[in-house]
Design a protein around this ligand. Structure first.
Ligand code: SF4
Length: 60
């Protein structure tokens, strides 16, 4: 859904988890927290996806 909104230009693509080097999507079976942030080394869920994260690292 986030990618679709990005493609439609409805939300910014900069500094989002989806474009971050530290982001690992859907690595856990946990439906509430399926993703992992490798910067803080912690799982998190869709509701915690960042849109303007100051720690964002562009994917190389
Ligand atoms: S560093 Fe920020 S943008 Fe990157 S995965 Fe972690 S929370 Fe998301």
């Amino acid at each position: 859904m986030i990618r679709k909104l990005q493609d439609q230009g409805k939300i910014p693509t900069a500094r989002m988890c989806a474009t971050c080097e530290y982001f690992s999507a859907n690595v856990y079976d946990d439906a509430v927290r399926p993703h992992h942030c490798n910067l803080v080394n912690a799982p998190f869920g869709d509701r915690d996806l960042r849109l303007d994260c100051p720690e964002h690292q562009e994917i190389r």
